[in-house]
Ligand binder design. Sequence first.
Ligand code: ADP
Ligand code: MG
Ligand code: MG
Length: 209
Amino acid sequence: AGAVSLGQLVDWLSSFRDAVHEHGAYLTELDSAIGDADHGANLIRGMDAVMAALDPAPPTAGELLKKVGMTLVTSVGGASGPLYGTFFLRAGAVAGDATDLDGDGLVALLRAGLEGIVARGKAEAGDKTMYDALAPALDAFESALGGGSGVAGATRAAADAAAAGRDATEPLQALKGRASYLGERSIGHIDPGAASAALLVAALAEAVD
Ligand code: ADP
Ligand code: MG
Ligand code: MG
C-alpha cells in the first residue's frame, strides 16, 4: 500500500482551500503591491469551485487531480488559474489510475505539475513567480526521500523549502507576469504566487502528516 491515500489528497485540497481563505487578504495585499490586487480572491474563487466540484470519494488520483485542474482553469480568470490548473492537469495525467501513492509516486506527479507550469508560463528560477517556491520544494522533497525520510518528513522539508523560496522572492525583480511591468519597482515585495505556492505545499504536509 502507498503512503498517501486518495482521502489524503482530498484533505490536501481542502486544507489549501482553508488556507487561501485564511490568508486571502494577505495574498491580495501582496498582489496590490506588485499586481492588480486579486490573487487572494482568485484563489478563493478557484478553490471554492474545486471543493464544490469534487467527488468526495474519487475513484482514482488521476480523475481527482484532473477535475481540480479543469475547475481551476475554468473558474479563475487570471494568470494563476491556468498555471495552477495546468499543474493539477499534468499531475493527474501522471497519477492515472493510482489509488494511493508512495513518496516516489508523489514526487513524479508534483514534478510533472511543475513542468506543466513551466511549459505554460516559461518561468525560470529567479523570475519571481510561484516557480521560486515550488521548484525548491520539489528538490527538498526528493533529497529528503533520497536521504531516507518518510513521506511525512519529506513533505515537511518541502514546505520549509517552499517558505524559504517564497521569502527569497522579496529582493528579486519580477521577470514574468503582471509584476514584470513594474520593472525595478517590483523589487522589495514577496511574490503573491510564491506565497500561495508555499501555502499549497504546507497544505500537503498537513494532509500527509
Ligand atoms: P494576475 O496576475 O493575472 O492577476 P494572479 O494575481 O492570480 O493573476 O497571479 C499572479 C501570480 O501568478 C504571480 O504572483 C506569479 O507568481 C504567477 N505568475 C504570473 N505569471 C507567471 C508565469 N509566466 N509563470 C509562473 N508564474 C507566473
Ligand atoms: Mg493579480
Ligand atoms: Mg488579475
